[in-house]
Design a protein around this ligand. Structure first.
Ligand SMILES: Nc1ncnc2c1ncn2[C@@H]1O[C@H](COP(=O)(O)OP(=O)(O)OP(=O)(O)O)[C@@H](O)[C@H]1O
Length: 251
C-alpha cells in the first residue's frame, strides 16, 4: 500500500475534564478524500486544529510527508504544504480575482509581499495565476474585484489561491457551509478534481457531498473514532446510525 501523506497516531487532547479528541488514529493517502463526520461537538474541528498546529496534543503523534511534525508550529506545517481550509483572510477585496491569485503565486515563491505591485505586471506570474483560475472555472471573472464576487465564487477564488501554494494535503473544515444546494453541488465538483492535486481531509455536515466525494469515512463520536471505512460500509454501520439519531439522519 502507498505510504500515507498524513497520519495521526493515538492523538488526544482534553479541555478540562472533556476529552475532545481521544486516542484518534487515522491517515490520508495520496489522491483520496477522507471524510470526517460525527455529531455536533464530536471533536472534528479540534482534530483539524491539532493537525494544522493551532492546538497542541496532550499525547500522540502527527506525521506529514514521512516527517514527525507534532512539535512544528502552524507556519512550518503550512510551509511544508499542509493547507488548512482556505486562507479567507488573505483575500484582498479591492483587488481583482487575477490580482489576488497573482499575489498568491508570488507569495508562494517566498517574495516579500510589500513588493507586490511589480508582480501584477509580471507575465510569468499572471500566466500561472490564470492557470489556477481556470482550474476553478473563474476565468470569466478575472477582472472582477474579489469583494464583488458571489459567495460561491469567492470560495472558488480561495481554492485558486490555495492551489498557488502547491499544497501537499488539504484540511477542509466545512467548505460547503453557506453555499446553498446549487453552490454545494458545484463545489463538490471542484473538490472532486482537487483531490488529484492533493488529498483532502474533509470535515463536512453536507452528507450528500460526503457520500458523493469520500473514498473513506471516519466517524467521530465523543472524541473517538467509532467507525472507519468505505462509504457503503459506513452507511450500513449500526453504530453510526445510532450516533446520528436525534442529531443528523444519514440520507
Ligand atoms: N477551546 C475550547 N475550550 C473548551 N472546550 C472546547 C474548546 N474547543 C472545543 N471545545 C469542546 O470540545 C468538544 C469538541 O468540539 P469541536 O468543535 O471539535 O466539535 P465538532 O465535532 O467540530 O463540532 P461541530 O460539528 O458542531 O463543529 C465540544 O464539546 C466543544 O464544546
Amino acid at each position: 500500500m502507498t505510504d500515507p501523506v498524513l497520519a495521526v497516531h493515538d492523538l488526544s487532547v482534553a479541555f478540562g475534564a472533556l476529552k475532545a479528541v481521544d486516542r484518534v488514529s487515522l491517515d490520508l493517502r495520496p489522491g483520496e478524500i477522507h471524510a470526517l463526520i460525527g455529531p455536533n461537538g464530536a471533536g472534528k474541528s479540534t482534530l483539524i486544529g491539532l493537525i494544522a498546529g493551532g492546538l497542541r496534543p496532550a499525547s500522540g503523534r502527527i506525521t506529514f510527508l514521512g516527517r514527525d511534525i507534532t512539535r512544528r508550529d502552524t507556519a512550518a506545517r503550512a510551509r511544508m504544504g499542509l493547507a488548512r481550509s482556505f486562507q479567507v483572510s488573505s483575500v484582498a477585496p479591492d483587488f481583482t480575482v487575477l490580482q489576488n491569485v497573482t499575489l498568491a503565486v508570488e507569495g508562494a515563491q517566498g517574495r516579500a509581499y510589500g513588493f507586490f505591485m511589480p508582480a501584477l505586471s509580471d507575465r510569468s506570474l499572471t500566466d500561472r495565476a490564470a492557470q489556477h483560475i481556470a482550474r476553478v472555472g473563474l476565468l470569466n471573472r478575472v477582472a472582477v474585484p474579489a469583494g464583488d464576487l458571489a459567495h460561491g465564487e469567492r470560495r472558488r477564488l480561495e481554492v485558486a489561491m490555495a492551489l498557488a501554494q502547491h499544497p501537499k494535503a488539504f484540511l477542509l473544515d466545512e467548505p460547503m457551509a453557506g453555499l446553498g444546494p446549487d453552490g454545494a453541488r458545484e463545489f463538490t465538483q471542484i473538490l472532486d478534481e482537487l483531490r488529484h492535486e492533493a488529498p483532502i481531509l474533509l470535515v463536512e455536515h453536507d452528507m450528500d457531498a460526503v457520500f458523493r466525494l469520500a473514498d473513506r469515512i471516519s466517524v467521530l463520536v465523543y472524541g473517538r473514532v467509532v467507525a472507519s471505512g468505505g462509504v457503503a460500509e459506513i452507511r450500513a454501520n449500526p453504530e453510526v446510525q445510532r450516533a446520528y439519531l436525534g442529531d443528523e439522519t444519514l440520507p
